[in-house]
Design a protein around this ligand. Structure first.
Ligand SMILES: [Zn+2]
Length: 312
């Protein structure tokens, strides 16, 4: 019998900077369009879902943390017989991606890949393989610009052109995106909403891009992984790919299943809303009540499910 728990979610603005590779050159070259079939205009998609009724559409500032920013909903903690985890890989496709895909296929594990547009353009076969083998593809901008440091038109181009490239290869527009470094603002959300994408952050970040150490990455993740975790890794680094495979093996032996972000959210009951930001609300300790605070602490990160969404 499931226990009903009332959860208050704080719509505080917290960003844990993710590690990503250093930024590519500032001015992206226009890829030759002959190589992929891309639309000639930026794609504009209808909202895939109805807008939320409980969240305010008004911008919620970083300092504004009064009760109006809380959203309350119920969930049944023990209803799930399954234990699901979403592995996510940013910044590819890269030279290690096919090796990772081989390993995931062999294990029956699926993952989500937030792809860089210019790399997707240069490795279309890997992009196709990702999709055909049951994984999910998300947008990670054209060349990894910090979206809050550029103007609306350029930010929109970063996201829309990447979508055009991905659609040219796969025939589908992505429904999710991850802003580089996890950094987003109202402009980012507006564009994502217009392009029909939810912004997906994570609940576990082992900083694999920084130390590039297989053991540290694996142990960080294994110490925090639980049903509902969204794990951030980078398949552009060999130690991260090796760690990912070890993580899959270990957690599968404990009964976990690896699914895509969309599958995880559907199972967890999180409606995917275009323009909304999904991130981890940290909690103080393993034994504490799952009431999320704005007290971000790296040591406790990853202790909550990604069950918050935040609307600009
Ligand atoms: Zn990145």
């Amino acid at each position: 019998m499931g226990k009903i728990i009332l959860i208050s979610i704080l719509f505080g603005f917290l960003i844990s900077l993710t590690g990503c590779e250093g930024e590519p050159p500032a001015i992206p070259p226009q890829p030759a369009r002959a190589a992929v079939t891309t639309p000639t205009t930026a794609p504009s998609l209808p909202l895939p879902t109805s807008p939320p009724t409980t969240a305010s559409a008004a911008y919620i500032s970083e300092s504004n943390s009064n009760s109006n920013n809380y959203m309350t909903f119920e969930y049944e903690e023990n209803r799930e017989p399954r234990k699901l985890i979403a592995l996510t890989f940013d910044d590819g496709p890269a030279i290690y991606t096919p090796y990772l895909l081989d390993a995931l296929k062999e294990r029956g594990a699926r993952a989500t890949f937030f792809l860089i547009g210019r790399y997707a353009h240069s490795r279309p076969q890997t992009v196709l393989r990702i999709l055909r083998e049951g994984h999910e593809i998300g947008n990670h901008t054209y060349n990894h610009r910090n979206l809050v440091m550029i103007d609306y038109e350029y930010a929109r181009w970063q996201m829309a052109y990447t979508n055009a490239i991905l659609r040219g290869i796969t025939g589908e527009y992505p429904a999710i995106m991850r802003p580089p470094f996890g950094i987003h603002n109202e402009q980012t959300a507006d564009i994502a909403r217009d392009l029909g994408m939810s912004l997906i952050l994570w609940s576990i970040d082992p900083q694999d891009w920084y130390h590039r150490d297989t053991d540290i990455t694996r142990e960080h993740v294994l110490a925090r992984a639980r049903h509902g975790s969204v794990i951030l890794l980078h398949d552009i680094h060999k130690p991260s790919v090796i760690a990912a495979i070890q993580i899959v093996d270990e957690l599968m032996s404990l009964g976990y299943e690896f699914v895509t972000v969309s599958e995880l959210f559907e199972y967890m009951g999180h409606e995917m809303v275009a323009g909304a930001v999904y991130r981890e609300p940290p909690r103080p300790s393993e034994d504490s009540a799952p009431v999320c605070t704005d007290d971000y602490n790296e040591d406790t990160a990853g202790e909550c499910y990604v069950r918050q969404y935040y609307e600009y």
